[in-house]
Design a protein around this ligand. Sequence first.
Ligand code: NDP
Ligand code: GDR
Length: 372
Amino acid sequence: MQKKALITGVTGQDGSYLAEFLLEKGYEVHGIKRRSSLFNTGRIDHIYQDPHVDNRNFILHYGDLTDSSNLIRIIKDVEPDEIYNLGAQSHVAVSFESPEYTADVDAMGTIRLLEAIRLLGLEKKTKFYQASTSELFGDVRESPQKETTPFYPRSPYAVAKMYAYWICVNYREAYGIYACNGILFNHESPRRGETFVTRKITRAIANIAMGLEDCLYLGNMNALRDWGHAKDYVEMQWLMLQQETPDDFVIATGVQYSVRQFVDFAAKELGITIEWQGKDEQEIGIVINIEGDKAPGLSLGQKIVAVDPKYYRPTEVETLLGDPSKAKEKLGWEPVITLQEMVAEMVQVDYREACKHAILKEHGYAMSVAKE
Ligand code: NDP
Ligand code: GDR
């Protein structure tokens, strides 16, 4: 029997990689997309199937995690074997601006899905994956962080995700639903949203190299993160639902770098060496060497990085480092793509885009580069 999966957040970074992965495994994949005034399917256009063809195995439904009647109807129609709850207001900084909405989507959205499973009597049929997060560890109580490390969330996003984590555990214990939390550390890719720090960096460095932007403004460059590749991490999301019993797992690489180091790695990809000067809000990054011909828009001595305190968060998560031993042992899972490979991939994709824009600009088709 062909298995059916339902993915919330299918138009997001992880949703797109997971949909690809499940289609390759032979699943019938259903995804929930939000109504938007512009097309929001850019990450899944390559796997889109026209609704007018027969025997489709990738089917999109309009829906929203804030609307339980809609979620119940979709789950009733699809009767999925597996639900992957990846949909979320996923930006930590934005959660300070829209805390109530973040709670509605990230916390209440999760209970709406679990209740739909229960109301429809699908407790024994439908397995549930919850996209939990290393942000739960927040102000870290031990390092590296593992499944037993106490939580100390530091943002409305993390607090909402903490509710989702525990309601998932509770429905597993109370109703026997096969529900798992993947406690995923940061994972990135060329499909990462442009306002998360890694993509913001690779995109800006590419634009600066081509003379489309002058300077990259960042917040806390001392923040340390354990960055993996999204493509590696979605395989684990599936593996967690293929076990005898449901459980919760930390997924991480076990290596951490600072935001500043990430900037250095990205710049190096285009032959640029940066010297860091000043401290805290006065810190700047100056170009001290340019190798090769990939940065025609750049000059020696140019200031290409500076701090803008508006990107500081009211409460910051300074350091995250995961211990993925349990996932390695029980799921046989290990990340394949290194940080260096990932940075190279992200920079190359953004550099190709910057080159295209530079040509358009040169021929009088002016373009502005969105930064926020
Ligand atoms: P993205 O921000 O790229 O994608 C989020 C998805 O959720 C998008 O498809 C978005 O739709 C959708 N969404 C947002 N609000 C709603 C809503 N009200 N109803 C339905 N769908 C909605 O996130 P990622 O792919 O990076 O992350 C996937 C999940 O994993 C998220 O839950 C995130 O919190 C969690 N996570 C991510 C980590 C990471 O490092 N990437 C680490 C740990 C956890 P639209 O495209 O229309 O905006
Ligand atoms: P994070 O990712 O908050 O860890 O959440 P993000 O890339 O936004 O920030 C990482 C660190 O970089 C610092 N930082 C900046 N961040 C952004 N976005 N923009 C800046 O200009 C900037 N300058 C410095 C941040 O302060 C932070 O310390 C991500 C999301 O995907 C969540 O959904 C997920 O749960 C966690 O990862 C694990």
